[in-house]
Design a protein around this ligand. Structure first.
Ligand SMILES: C[S@@+](CC[C@H](N)C(=O)[O-])C[C@H]1O[C@@H](n2cnc3c(N)ncnc32)[C@H](O)[C@@H]1O
Length: 368
């Protein structure tokens, strides 16, 4: 999954735009501006709740075309924070970082010094500094509001399968040429490891784990632990928006090509690979050492409605040209309707444990 999506030469995300009607899938921030605007309002509301610490930084993991960052920036600009916040894009794709730079900045500059923690910098039209990093590790230590929309579902997962008392790993093997009888047969196949692998050995199931097969993302564990540590020491808030479950699903690894499901082992690199986010595992890792507390997951439709999405819709329609009304209405409906994206997509937030009592008095917006 890591090689297919992010190999520097031929990784799926690395050298092209895969979003929108012409691409393979469309994401919520691209569907309707209300999504990004309400996320921005949430950011301001929760940042204020924590005492409006200055300076602060907005960190986005996997910003895609930069649409969410652009809408968040647009709203933050209205609050006139001036130069008191910076934006940090954690993006591995050289192509997408260029697209994001064009979306967000008046001018950008490539940084060639290999020892620099960022590889691109830019300044927005209103003077906010933007930095691009390959990894969260490279983002400066400071109070951070970390946003991740459809990022964790793109991180590699290990497929584990129970065999008696042991967990074994589902691996990918090469199909021998003789067994491939047509061009439509994948070059690869799934096999179960003969013995335990390092990851299946490392995996710690919860007590009474009911599933016999599951997907486990070491990268997600690592990034969530880092966020928890940083939030405790430097302060910060996390908002994860993704499709996922609470530890009840086991087999969600799949591929999308031209908006349709695709066989993941066929022509790897030509389709998006994804697996549902396991929010129970994220909560477990985040709260493991008592550094942070988590809220959610709540359904996307519920979150957007609680954030007064309907009011924003009416306001937007009041100022929009009549010929644009249908597209705005249908976009908002797509985001919130339980039969479309309103139920499958979830919101999940992370706060420093030290504010637990404070948040009991002033509950997290959109999650109450
Ligand atoms: C499914 S797209 C989501 C894009 C955007 N957030 C949206 O919702 O429209 C995943 C994004 O994460 C980036 N990405 C994937 N794996 C990454 C990794 N290991 N490190 C940093 N960025 C990564 C991709 O290049 C892309 O920008």
């Amino acid at each position: 999954m890591r090689e297919v999506l992010t190999n520097p030469l031929s990784g799926y995300y690395m050298h092209r735009d895969v979003f929108g009607r012409e691409g393979d899938f469309i994401t919520s921030p691209e569907i309707c501006q209300i999504f990004g605007e309400l996320v921005a309002i949430w950011v301001v509301s929760e940042w204020r709740k924590l005492g409006s610490p200055l300076p602060f930084q907005i960190v986005e993991l996997g910003p895609g075309r930069g649409t969410l960052a652009r809408d968040v920036l647009k709203v933050l600009t209205k609050f006139k924070f001036g130069g008191q916040f910076s934006m940090h894009m954690v993006e591995i794709s050289p192509h997408l970082s260029k697209v994001q730079g064009q979306r967000l900045c008046f001018s950008t500059e490539t940084v060639t010094d290999e020892s620099s923690p960022h590889y691109q910098t830019g300044k927005t039209a209103t003077g906010t500094h933007v930095y691009w990093h390959k990894r969260l590790e490279d983002v400066p230590r400071a109070f951070s509001i970390v946003l991740a929309h459809e990022f964790f579902d793109a991180l590699p997962v290990h497929k584990l399968q129970r065999d008696g008392k042991l967990w074994k790993e589902v691996l990918i093997d090469v199909n021998s040429r003789d067994s491939v009888d047509s061009d439509n047969q994948p070059d690869f196949r799934y096999v179960i490891s003969k013995a335990q692998t390092p990851v299946s050995h490392l995996y710690q199931p919860i007590t009474n784990e009911a599933r016999d097969c599951l997907e486990y993302s070491l990268d997600t564990d690592r990034i969530i632990s880092m966020m928890a540590e940083r939030f405790e020491i430097d302060g910060g808030i996390g908002l994860i928006m993704d499709y996922g479950h609470f530890g009840e699903k086991g087999d969600t690894f799949r591929a999308f090509k031209k908006h349709k499901l695709h066989e993941p082992l066929l022509a790897p690199g030509t389709a998006d690979l994804t697996a549902d986010v396991d929010f129970r595992q994220i909560k477990r890792i985040a709260e493991e050492h008592g550094k942070v507390i988590c809220f959610g997951p709540v359904e996307q439709g519920t979150f957007l409605k609680k954030m007064e999405g309907d009011t924003r819709l009416e306001q937007l329609l009041a100022f929009a040209l009549p010929e644009n009304h249908d597209i705005i209405r249908s976009g908002y409906k797509m985001l919130t309707d339980p039969t479309q994206m309103g139920k499958r997509f979830k919101f999940f937030s992370i706060f420093p444990a030290v504010v637990r009592k404070h948040l009991e008095k002033f509950p997290v917006s959109g999650f109450q």
